[in-house]
Design a protein around this ligand. Structure first.
Ligand code: KIV
Ligand code: ZN
Length: 507
């Protein structure tokens, strides 16, 4: 069977989504999980765009072993040189050069002629080729560009050394038939197209990114660019999990394979959601909370008799854990450890001890501890592992006839405990004010959401916040059965990410 190359751009196009904001360490964590997932090419970032992006791409290039690490560059010499500088230590480096091609972009944005664009594209691909064999070129806004001009550009860049030519539907304007025709046209009209892989890159403005990508693959494209959970600019990019599971579930229709280990999909999705702070909608295909839940009696009856009646995929193939037994306060270390392993976590030594204690405390408050509770608990453990300030103690008084007052104690960078108190307009405000009096980093709270992880009055509450400092957004998450404590933890998480980023910038 023919193979499709999976190019993941979660760390570049995905991170361009408003408010995603990942630190270099977080990007590395995602890159390493992408490698486990079996991604062929990881687009790690856009090195010339910021020192933070440069640093992240460099870090990923040094650590990732099996996947190709790709850096984006616009078609100018400094950007191409910077891209190479960032990825030169990678085992398999790729430079991805892009330049707008549509008349709309040329006329209104670049003020350049088609001939000038053609020349620069060719020159910058040749420049990238001096550094690495593996060069990709994208004529941006290709789906709104006259096909004959696209053929001309592609022929020129392939002659200059491009080994992959990518066809972006930059603004998500294409519809499947038309986008498929463009791919067929390219395969039939670019004389040297056999020397390059045709790639597709679709945005989701009309909700067609996955449909367009699949149609392009059906017509002969052999690389697909996508993101985990479909995150990306505006309405996002084509969702990786949907493309992969469509190719797998309907292999009768496509007859194609990939290198993806589908059992890693769920874990990767959770990690990206956790670190970017973008919650996955419940009805999202493949990885949404309701994707395998059956509500109606007829469906439940069918699934109990034979899953295939209403399930076209086995949730286990995506790595969604099958909860055979529910843990509770009588469950011991062994049961907890086994469940952790089933959920894909390996915690050892102190980390395990700590997580087990947190589980016991939770089991005391909650009759049944579900997989989602355990995931939330472990994510909380992982969040606190790299803190600058740790929330040690919190006490709040509030009510309809009292002024909300909070006392907090934090453990600082040198292990010293610092306590302070503050009043606020509400209990969360009072807690945040008290923390601010200790940490003292100016910031503005821009988003605050509370949701419950599972059903029931004793459920864990998860708080997601975003804060802004010096024009950069930082996301924070916290979980607890007490939503004021969860709010404090979320704020500490966002502040710690802010402090870590500021520290790396200084270093
Ligand atoms: O959407 C787009 O055109 C892009 C290019 C940089 C490939 O992201
Ligand atoms: Zn894009």
């Amino acid at each position: 069977m023919d193979k499709v190359i999976i190019f993941d751009t979660t760390l570049r196009d995905g991170e361009q989504a408003a408010g995603a904001g990942l630190s270099a360490q977080e990007k590395l964590q995602i890159a390493q999980q992408l490698e486990k997932l079996g991604i062929d090419v990881i687009e790690a970032g856009f090195p010339i765009s910021s020192p933070g992006d440069f640093e992240a791409v460099q870090l990923i290039s040094r650590k990732v072993e099996n996947s190709t690490v790709c850096a984006l560059a616009h078609a100018n010499p400094e950007a191409v040189d910077k891209a190479w500088e960032a990825i030169k230590k990678a085992k398999h480096p790729r430079i991805h050069v892009f330049l707008s091609a549509s008349d709309i972009h040329l006329f209104y944005q670049l003020k350049k002629t088609r001939d000038e664009i053609l020349q620069v594209s060719r020159d910058m691909v040749a420049r990238a080729k001096r550094y690495t064999e593996d060069v990709e070129f994208s004529p941006m806004d290709a789906s709104r560009t006259e096909p004959a001009y696209i053929y001309q550009i592609l022929e020129a860049v392939i002659r200059a050394g491009a080994t992959t030519v990518n066809i972006p539907d930059t603004v998500g304007y294409a519809v499947p038939q038309e986008y498929g025709d463009l791919i067929t046209g390219i395969l039939n009209n670019v004389p040297n197209i056999d020397k390059a892989v045709v790639s597709v890159h679709c945005h989701n403005d009309l909700g067609l990114a996955v449909a367009n990508s699949l149609e392009a693959i059906r017509r002969g494209a052999r690389q697909v660019e996508c993101t985990i959970n479909g995150i990306g600019e505006r309405a996002g990019n084509a969702s990786l999990e949907e493309i992969i599971m469509a190719l797998k579930t309907r292999s009768d229709a496509y007859g194609l394979t990939t290198n993806i280990d589908t059992k890693q999909i769920y874990k990767t999705s959770r990690l990206v959601s956790e670190l970017t702070g973008f919650i996955v909608q419940p009805n999202k295909a493949i990885i949404g909370a309701n994707a395998f839940r059956h509500q109606s009696g007829i469906h439940q009856d069918g699934v109990i008799k034979k899953a295939i009646t209403y399930e076209i995929m086995d949730p286990k193939t995506i790595g969604i854990p099958a909860s055979s037994l529910v843990l509770g306060k009588l469950s011991g270390r062994h049961a907890f450890q086994e469940r952790l392993a089933e959920l894909g976590y390996t915690l050892e030594g102190e980390a395990f001890k700590h997580a087990f204690q947190a589980f016991k405390e939770l089991a005391d408050k909650k009759r049944e501890v579900t997989d989602r509770d355990i995931e939330s608990l472990i994510e909380e453990e992982l969040r606190t592992a790299s803190e600058v300030y740790h929330l040690d103690h919190i006490e709040v008084t509030c009510g309809d006839h009292s002024i909300p007052t909070a006392t907090v104690r934090l453990i600082g960078p040198n292990g010293q405990a610092v306590a302070d108190a503050a009043l606020g307009t509400g209990p969360v405000d009072a807690v945040y004010e008290a923390i601010n009096r200790i940490v003292r980093v100016p910031n503005k709270l821009t988003e605050f959401t509370v949701k419950s992880v599972t059903e029931g009055i004793d459920a864990i509450g998860e708080v997601l916040i975003r804060i802004e400092s010096d024009g950069v957004t930082y996301t924070g998450r916290g979980a607890s059965t007490d939503i004021i404590v969860a709010s404090a933890k979320a704020y500490m998480n966002a502040l710690n990410r802010l402090l870590a980023t500021k520290k790396t910038r200084k270093d």
